[in-house]
Ligand binder design. Structure first.
Ligand code: DX5
Ligand code: ZN
Length: 221
């Protein structure tokens, strides 16, 4: 299984985002956290910043929308050219319609679940998505501790995906570090967001490689 690392720029120097992205050339994607101070109690960046950033990097952008009214906003991130657009199950009125709209615009469509939201209601429709993001912290802030209680949900989601026969990625986001990435990979995750672990490291690009190596050896195939 291919393991992908997506550094979260939430934890980088937000006054110099293009340079911060350039510091991690080994990344598979750059994770871009959009927060609106309604869905989560924090406010970050939005469409105009993604638009600018896309002019400064060729690394694919993985937009994680922690916003209300994702139905309205998510297609605009796809339209800009984000490789992947993630919206929250808890903030979407019509997730299947939205996923289809995002795919039609040429991006990967991804469904995010907070730690207390179950995957089971989505079991029959999981094939509508290119990726499932299982939050391993309550969304809103970087630097929180990884929730081991989400590991069984990662395993169940991997099982549901195997039943579809499709190549659907499982992303984990929150508290991913050298200490926790192995457990998430062993449970079935294959895309890892890491904010603090990468950007608070002395050598962020070496950390990206190290995290990927740990995930590969933990998954065992
Ligand atoms: C949290 C964000 C995460 C965050 C991860 O709500 O969605 O992407 O930046 O940061 P760390 O890796 O520090 O937990
Ligand atoms: Zn995120």
């Amino acid at each position: 299984m291919t393991m992908r690392i997506a550094p979260s720029i939430l934890n980088a120097d937000l006054a110099d985002i293009a340079a911060e992205v350039a510091r991690v050339p080994s990344s598979d994607m750059i994770h871009f956290d959009v927060m609106d101070n309604h869905f989560v109690p924090n406010l970050t960046l939005g469409l105009p910043v993604v638009e600018s950033l896309l002019r400064h990097t060729t690394t694919p952008i993985d937009a994680h929308l922690m916003i209300e009214d994702a139905d309205t906003w998510a297609p605009q991130y796809a339209d800009l050219g984000c490789e992947s657009v993630t919206f929250h199950a808890e903030a979407t009125k019509a997730p299947i319609r939205l996923a289809r709209e995002i795919r039609k615009l040429g991006s990967r469509a991804s469904l995010a679940l907070k730690p207390t939201t179950s995957i089971e209601p989505y079991a029959e429709v999981i094939g509508e998505f290119d990726m499932i993001l299982l939050m391993t912290v309550e969304p809103g802030f970087g630097g929180q501790s990884f929730l081991d209680s989400v590991l069984p949900k990662i395993r169940r989601t991997r099982g549901l995906i195997q039943d579809t026969g499709k190549q659907i990625w499982i992303q984990v986001d929150g508290g991913v570090s050298v200490d926790t990435i192995g457990r998430a990979a062993e449970a079935g995750a294959d895309v890892f967001v890491a904010g603090t672990a990468v950007y608070r490291s002395d050598d962020p690009d070496a950390m990206v490689t190290k995290l990927r190596d740990l995930a590969v050896s933990a998954c065992g195939h």
